[in-house]
Design a protein around this ligand. Structure first.
Ligand code: PEP
Length: 252
């Protein structure tokens, strides 16, 4: 059975102190009322070690929002996958549309990042999704398939087991516009079929595919009820425990 996961992406929000306080509040809320799914928080690099200490022994998994496409060396300002792993983090988000759009991350760069993340025992939450224009032109399936092919199709079956997918239509991220549950299901089923063609039915059935894009307590239950939706990657609503917990509770 594939895992149900709700993962938070804090993006560039919260000071260190605010982030540790948020993690503590979430830890306490989930200790009082255990979740029915895996819960992950992905934080800015500087929060990782302190948040890892705060959530130790809890049900919460920790991830980074990015890692470098180089192993080590003279790359001022970069943070390697090995450094991420050394904080206690177990996950890394790669391919987020904000990184593709604002930092020009190409499928080739993402391939390097994925390889390094996997070499350092991190599970990769790999984001894919079309922009509005591509959807309006009916090209969303081609775009998403190309994103999968461009960064994942050189992986071995063994490496692929550590990939979690997140379908995030770019037009729904931070806009308040959510894909309908049917739109999400249609794309998730397509993604699973692409994975089945490449890695086989069993690998496809085992792949957790998360939905991301203005997911909130009010719409999570309907989206998560779809057969091919295995949880959510949550941006804005991950910054308030009540909202994030409301989404986690959609699995109950
Ligand atoms: C995201 O950035 O991964 C995301 C889904 O953001 P939001 O929930 O704010 O739309």
């Amino acid at each position: 059975m594939r895992k149900k996961i709700v993962a938070g992406n804090w993006k560039m929000n919260k000071t260190l102190q605010e982030g540790v306080a948020l993690a503590k509040e979430l830890k306490e809320a989930l200790a009082a009322d255990a979740p029915n799914c895996d819960v992950v928080i992905c934080t800015p690099f500087i929060h990782l070690a302190s948040v890892a200490a705060e959530i130790e022994g809890s049900v919460i998994g920790l991830g980074a929002e990015n890692c470098a496409d180089k192993a080590s060396g003279a790359y001022t300002g970069e943070v390697s996958a090995a450094m991420v792993e050394s904080t206690g983090a177990k996950y890394v988000i790669l391919g987020h549309s904000e990184r593709r759009a604002y930092y020009h991350e190409t499928p080739e760069i993402l391939k390097e990042k994925i390889n390094l993340a996997l070499e350092n025992n991190l599970k990769v939450i790999f984001c894919i999704g079309e922009v509005l224009e591509e959807r309006e032109e009916g090209r969303q399936n081609d775009v998403v398939k190309a994103q999968l092919e461009g960064s994942l199709f050189d992986l071995t079956a063994e490496q692929y087991k550590n990939i979690i997918l997140a379908y995030e239509p770019v037009w729904a991220i931070g806009t308040g516009k959510t894909a309908t549950a049917d739109q999400a299901e249609e794309m998730h089923a397509f993604i699973r079929s692409v994975i089945a063609e490449k890695f086989g039915n069993e690998a496809a059935e085992e792949t957790s595919i998360l939905y991301g894009g203005s997911c909130k307590p009010g719409n999570a239950k309907e989206i998560f009820a779809k057969a091919n939706v295995d949880g959510g990657l949550i941006g804005g609503a991950a910054l308030k425990v009540a909202d994030f917990k409301g989404i986690i509770d959609a699995w109950k």
